[in-house]
Write a protein of this length. Structure first.
Ligand SMILES: Nc1ncnc2c1ncn2[C@@H]1O[C@H](COP(=O)(O)OP(=O)(O)OP(=O)(O)O)[C@@H](O)[C@H]1O
Ligand SMILES: [Mg+2]
Length: 279
């Protein structure tokens, strides 16, 4: 069976252009012109990829993306959202379920193919790992939205075999690390977007929290607590005029089974295994 791409765009010309471009890559395009048609098409046959225009007559692309990503049957279909440049404002609203990629108009065939390749590679990787699901939330940098996203994640945790205690630990770790992303990574600039990715593999839940800030060096934190010396930093914080604290990272590390930052320090990844470790 040929690989298919569902092209969702109500403007006939755009839809045709996208369709002929994917055809040139030897995918067979399925053309639909509304959200309702897209839902019906996916129910009939799962495409290998969805190209989703943001503006549809009956619902917006984010709504549709949210719907596909939250349903188990369609969660792993890669979605590339096609947006116009002036849609950028949509990127910083509350909490939204993110697509696998964004392609801004006007685009070149190369950019289209690059975003398709990336989304397909994402799918392939999950196929290999046996991932049951992945969802990401793009969150405007405010604590209320972080809390809202955390509640949504907790609902998703409820469908895993994590114990209530483990869920509580994960929620707390998310609040600490999301709080750091907002306070230190984004310096409370609410326009920046915080991304939380939640992935369920057969044996574990992985959380990835990414901010758009400059990052930091987590091995050089004299103003934060360490396992070896949980209070030695307090005096320094006073001297530096920093608010009380410095416990978040130490605390979060202790709540999960594995915990690490990327090299730059703007992405933190932590994992909780389904089988509780023996006490
Ligand atoms: N995402 C981030 N980007 C930049 N710097 C960060 C980030 N996360 C943490 N930091 C730095 O690491 C320090 C330690 O973070 P940690 O969460 O342990 O303590 P805190 O946020 O200062 O206080 P607390 O979490 O106890 O309220 C922060 O003070 C900040 O300097
Ligand atoms: Mg903190």
């Amino acid at each position: 069976m040929p690989r298919t791409v569902l092209v969702v765009d109500d403007e006939r010309d755009n839809n045709d252009i996208l369709s002929s471009l994917v055809q040139a890559r030897e995918f067979s395009p399925i053309q639909v012109f509304s959200g309702a048609q897209a839902i019906a098409a996916v129910a009939e046959r799962k495409p290998d990829l969805i190209l989703l225009d943001l503006m549809l007559p009956d619902m917006d692309g984010f709504e549709l993306c949210d719907r596909f990503k939250r349903a188990r049957e369609t969660n792993l279909i890669p979605i590339v959202m096609v947006t116009a440049l002036n849609d950028e404002k949509h990127r910083a609203t509350g909490v939204k379920v993110g697509a696998n990629g964004y392609l801004s108009k006007p685009f070149t065939p190369e950019r289209l193919y690059a975003s398709m390749d990336q989304a397909l590679a994402w799918h392939e990787e999950h196929q290999k790992r046996g991932t049951t699901g992945e969802i990401n939330f793009d969150i405007r940098s405010e604590l209320t939205y972080l809390a809202q996203a955390n509640d949504m994640l907790a609902d998703l945790f409820a469908h895993t075999s994590l114990t209530p205690r483990q869920i509580k630990d994960l929620k707390q770790a998310i609040m600490e690390m999301g709080g750091n992303a907002i306070e230190w990574g984004h310096r409370k600039n609410a326009e920046l977007v915080l991304r939380i990715t939640y992935r369920i593999d057969p044996k574990a839940v992985t959380l990835i929290i990414e901010d758009q800030g400059p990052g930091f060096n987590p091995t050089q934190l004299p103003h934060a607590a360490s396992e070896e010396d949980p209070i030695g930093h307090i005096e320094l914080r006073n001297e530096l005029g920093l608010r009380e604290g410095g416990f978040g990272i130490m605390l979060a590390k202790g709540l999960v089974d594995s915990f690490h930052y990327n090299e730059r320090g703007n992405v933190v990844t932590f994992v909780k295994h389904f089988d509780p470790k023996p006490e």
